[in-house]
Design a protein. Structure first.
Length: 71
């Protein structure tokens, strides 16, 4: 079960995990927040999630020591 959980987290950008780490709460709580708000309001949680995913991806890209031009 943990393998499936880690695979899903890795493939879904790890947004809930990183938000949970920053706020000091469990990632499962953050996931529940996104699920519950999705039932209340259909588009805004999805947009917020994608913005966070983009931001995390760009942060990883900008903070890497490798220079993609020389690879």
């Amino acid at each position: 079960m943990n393998r499936i959980k880690l695979l899903i987290e890795k493939n879904i950008f790890g947004v809930c995990s990183s938000i949970g780490e920053r706020l000091g709460i469990a990632p499962s709580t953050v996931r529940l927040y996104f699920i519950y708000t999705s039932f209340i309001n259909l588009t805004s949680p999805l947009i917020i999630y994608l913005v966070f995913a983009f931001w995390i991806n760009m942060k990883k890209y900008l903070t890497s020591k490798r220079n993609p031009v020389w690879e």
